[in-house]
Design a protein around this ligand. Structure first.
Ligand code: ATP
Ligand code: MG
Length: 283
């Protein structure tokens, strides 16, 4: 039985359970339970705070964990990152009050910086020869300058709206992060086989995210033009229609380009465009 540690609540909880679910693994999602066995797959899930996941994996309490790359870098535990999941994307950045005049990294010499990521920040300052005072605080880092606790912060940024609403401006990005699967350095062969199967499933789910399946009817003399608008993965799937002058193209398109592509296809004479959701993509 492979044990996988997931965040019990918080930003990664839902998407971590989501990738298991989309991989065909049925797990009881009770928030009050610490451990739950999958109904149809040899894994059990242990729910932990994200801070505890790297240590749980390094010490063998769990075989795998899903956690932010930022936590892995902060904790410095002996774990391997074996798969990038493509969700939980954010960055760790330095930010200062927007009224300040930023003069480059040397600005931080002698300044106080609030953060929940002291180890990453210390490494960054040390490698750049900056001598600043790091104040470790557990949460609400963004309010530290406005209450006079520190001059600046080092924190997670995604859209930047939290910074703006606290009168701060991002001045240096230090680390890009996303959720990753971590594993202990050594694993029994039997468990390795389950991990390989699990990552195969994760990969096919991840690949299909943000993609749509598109079916388009097109006059035969417009096929070439249409294929320039919607290139296929390998060779295009072209199916003849009952009307000999028409064909159907089936392919996969990035979701954020769907409207633009459909508009271009309509302009060259395409008809009956169907957009379907895509669950898995196995190449
Ligand atoms: P816990 O109670 O488990 O300790 P937490 O409060 O430390 O939770 P969350 O805020 O739930 O942590 O964030 C968990 C992880 O999600 C972060 O370490 C980071 O990798 C990622 N993350 C955080 N904020 C964002 C964001 N705004 N957008 C995307 N990903 C984020
Ligand atoms: Mg945490």
């Amino acid at each position: 039985m492979l044990r996988i540690a997931l965040q019990s609540k918080g930003r990664l909880n839902e998407e971590s359970l989501g990738i298991l679910r989309d991989s065909g693994i049925k797990v009881e999602e009770s928030k009050r339970k610490l451990l739950s066995k999958a109904l149809n797959y040899p894994v059990e899930v242990i729910y932990l705070r994200d801070d505890d996941i790297p240590h749980a994996v390094a010490s063998g309490i769990a075989d795998l964990g899903i956690v932010g790359h930022n936590e892995v870098m902060e904790k410095g535990e002996n774990v391997k990152e074996i798969f990038k999941l493509g969700f939980g994307k954010c960055r760790l950045s330095l930010a200062i009050p927007k009224t300040e005049n930023y003069t480059g990294l040397s600005y931080f010499n002698g300044k106080k910086v609030a953060t929940s990521y002291p180890a990453i920040l210390k490494r960054f300052f040390d490698s750049n020869g900056i001598d600043a005072v790091i104040e470790e605080i557990a949460g609400s880092v963004e309010i530290a300058p406005s209450i006079g606790l520190t001059d600046s912060i080092f924190d997670i940024v995604s859209s930047g709206s939290t910074l703006v609403s606290n009168g701060l401006i991002e001045v240096e990005k230090v680390l890009d992060s996303e959720a990753v699967v971590v594993a202990a350095p050594d694993m029994e062969a039997e468990k390795e086989a389950v991990v390989a199967d699990l990552l195969f499933r994760f990969e096919s789910v991840k690949r299909s995210r943000g993609k749509k399946y598109i079916l388009v009817n097109i006059p035969n003399d417009k096929i070439e033009e249409a294929l320039k608008i919607i290139p296929s993965m390998k060779s295009p799937t072209l199916l003849p229609l009952a009307d000999k002058n028409w064909s159907a193209i089936h392919t996969v398109v990035d979701e954020d380009q769907i409207w633009d592509k459909c508009y271009q296809l309509k302009k060259i004479g395409a008809e009956d465009i169907l957009i379907l959701s895509l669950e898995k993509m196995i190449l």
